[in-house]
Design a binder for this molecule. Sequence first.
Ligand code: 5GP
Length: 212
Amino acid sequence: MDNKRRGLLIIISGPSGAGKGTICKSFMERNEDVVLSVSATTRSPRKGEVEGVNYYFMSKEEFKDKIKSNDFLEYAEVYDNYYGTPKSNVEEVLESGKDVILEIDIQGALKVKENTQEGVFVFILPPSMEELKQRIINRGSETQESLMKRFKSAYKEINFVSKYNYAVVNDEVELAVEKLEAIIAAEKCRVDRIKDNILDSKEGEIHEQLYD
Ligand code: 5GP
């Protein structure tokens, strides 16, 4: 029997400026087996961003066609642009047994929660609201108008933490990454995830099922 365990679907979100991008980047450097899903977006590339690595950049028309053909696991309109998670890539990786991280906004995370039974939902919190404001300003790539938009939505978004399974405060990136690793390790030990595999195991295989 093929007892291969399906990978974990890990959804990471949090308000703009909480540092989820930095945490994900550092996490990916330390966990090469985990796959970071590449989203599609209609916003223009920022300096240094690479097609197919940071995002699949596309026009609104292309994006809407993909919505029609049901190509997205979720999509959302964020700051006047569309962002979406291509469905087939994610499914393929999970089936292969690898874990996938979706770094997406809160609307998107809630849609994933509605549409699938699986998912480990992690909310990244800033150490304080003042710090959040500073981080958004320090980014420097925004106009005054879009800064104000980001502040406002960040304040609102903090309330959604209650919809998530875990909250990680990002005061130090390394500590936050360690917490994320601990969350994933704990999820892989959950009895409801692994009991069928254990009960189906032949004698001597349990160790493999738990620790592969
Ligand atoms: P940015 O423009 O700074 O790269 O991203 C803006 C926001 O869009 C961030 O909160 C980011 O997490 C979110 N985002 C990126 N990709 C996706 C996606 O595929 N779906 C959704 N719902 N949000 C996304």
